[in-house]
Design a protein around this ligand. Structure first.
Ligand SMILES: [Zn+2]
Length: 501
């Protein structure tokens, strides 16, 4: 029988040969070298549905020496499902059961591929359905009716995760968020307020439950501060344009107008603070250069933490109840782009900040922000350093503070900084529960950031209302009337140093 088939095959090839071009003839020669066919199916498990499903087959050919070849043109082959020949890789999913799949190529001898077993199963094949947040929306806190969640759903069976069933899951999904039902995993809107349970179900199997704390955004009145830049006469002299563009950029940052290449944070808000260049000296006279005060000094400080430098800055601070003081410095000895002092408060209402209850306390530390001069001459390129330092000035910690108390803001995932320098600046972070997430917060050390969160806004607003040495809003009636007394410098008070370099 085998011999007869070979002869028929040979005759067929002969007839074909007579009308073949040279190229086809060459191909035919190679086709006859096929010794082994390898069949791989992209899917081997299908869930039962009342449809006919297409699937992909990968067919590879090998010669007598087991070398792959013939990948530069299509080789015709016949598909067998069980003992029947089928025209295309299609499966009737309404009939659960196991099927054997092979392909055959008519060489001089009939050559079959390996056998692939595929199976149409019912939902009870799923032993576990795992619902999770996507890396970009991994956050249990969100603001209602603002951003949307993305989830992932993975089905596991007796042999581990079931591959290739994403489309079937998408088609048959039900996702319950609070008391609302949906049928998608991507772009899921959160419209309800409160602690919401999220659960997926597919083919009668329920997933684990995720919890989302959905809150309503609150708008506070916009508060505006004036900022003075102090520049030492013997260091780099920034132009007014660069200073102005930093202030403008911080205003966009605090208003929530910056966009990174990542999707918007679920809790991104207008943080409610704005900044402007100071235009008057403390005595009320107009400033020579708007926003910039020059301090004449011959001293060159090698160490940014030099005690004398600290005293110099303390002595030259403009009334901190009227101005935010920014010093342009050489911070290379610290390896920092900037630093800022956290505020002291008049009451113990904000976690992680110290209260000083005496109402007439004299100034005892240089409440200020420092920026390295390389941010002004183009050597360091990070437009958001000032916004980051202003965050500290308004009482924010780094989002990577630690895994215990964290940064006192629940809606920023707690995490630590990667110790590996090469991944340190990446937005791909791992939270304290070891789950990956994408960080875009201004208070992290990352290349691309764009937001303050709702809890950060609430914290900064509370700090503003209770801070000891902080300007009142310029729009407030008594904004320039607060008394200010400079006392003894306490050098033991340290700033938060920001080593994002
Ligand atoms: Zn910092």
């Amino acid at each position: 029988m085998k011999k007869i088939l070979s002869i028929v095959g040979f005759l067929v090839l002969l007839i074909f040969n007579s009308c073949m071009t040279d190229r086809e003839s060459e191909n035919s020669f190679y086709l006859n070298q096929i010794n082994r066919i390898q069949l791989i199916s992209s899917k081997t498990i299908f869930f039962s549905e009342n449809i006919v499903e297409n699937f992909n087959l990968t067919v590879s050919f090998f010669d007598r020496d087991n070398r792959p070849f013939l990948n530069n043109f299509d080789v015709p082959y016949v598909i067998y499902l069980g003992d029947s020949v089928i025209k295309e890789p299609k499966l009737d999913l309404s009939r659960p059961g196991k099927y054997k799949l092979r392909v055959m190529f008519p060489t001089r001898e009939l050559t079959f591929s390996n056998e692939v077993e595929i199976e149409v199963v019912e939902g009870d094949y799923i032993s576990q359905l795992v619902l999770d947040f996507s890396n970009e929306t991994r956050n249990e806190y969100t603001l209602a009716n603002k951003e949307t969640y993305d989830f992932t759903l993975r089905a596991f069976g007796p042999n581990g995760e079931i591959p290739g069933v994403e489309e079937q899951i998408r088609r048959n999904l039900s996702l319950k968020v609070g008391n609302e039902n949906g049928n998608r995993l991507i772009g899921v809107p959160i419209t309800q307020i409160g602690l919401l349970e999220v659960q997926a179900s597919v083919f009668g199997v329920n997933s684990n439950i995720l919890k989302i704390n959905s809150r309503e955004d609150i708008s506070f009145p916009i508060k505006e501060f004036q900022v003075v830049y102090h520049v030492f006469s013997n260091l780099f002299n920034p132009s007014q344009q660069t200073v102005e563009s930093q202030i403008n950029n911080s205003n966009i940052a605090f208003s929530g107008g910056i966009r990174s290449s990542f999707r918007r944070n679920l809790n991104a808000v207008d943080a409610g603070f704005r900044f402007k260049m100071a235009d008057r000296n403390p005595d009320g006279s107009p400033m020579e250069t708007r926003g910039i005060n020059r301090i004449v000094t011959n001293r060159v400080f090698q160490d940014a933490q030099d005690r004398e430098l600290l005293q110099l800055k303390f002595n030259n601070l403009w009334d901190p109840t009227q101005y935010i003081n920014v010093f342009v410095e050489d911070l290379s000895s610290m390896g920092a782009a900037g630093y800022a002092y956290l505020p002291f408060l008049t009451s113990p209402v904000v976690g992680g900040l110290s209260p000083i209850l005496a109402p007439d306390t004299e100034l005892f530390y240089p409440i200020m922000i420092a920026l390295d001069f390389r941010l002004f001459n183009g050597q360091y390129r990070d437009d958001n350093v000032l916004a980051h330092e202003l965050g500290h000035y308004l009482g924010l910690y780094h989002t990577f503070q630690d895994c215990q108390t964290g940064d006192y803001c629940d809606d920023t995932p707690s995490h630590t900084l990667p110790s590996n320098q090469s991944t340190r600046w990446s937005n791909n972070r791992t939270n304290c529960s070891n789950a990956p997430f994408i960080s875009t917060n201004f208070m992290d050390y990352i290349n691309s950031n764009d937001n303050f969160t709702f809890d950060q806004k609430v914290r900064m607003t509370k700090v503003y209302e209770n801070a000891l040495f902080m300007p009142k809003d310029l729009n407030a009636p008594d904004a320039r009337l607060k008394p200010f007394r400079r006392g003894q410098l306490d050098p033991s008070i340290k700033p938060i140093i920001c080593n994002f370099l």
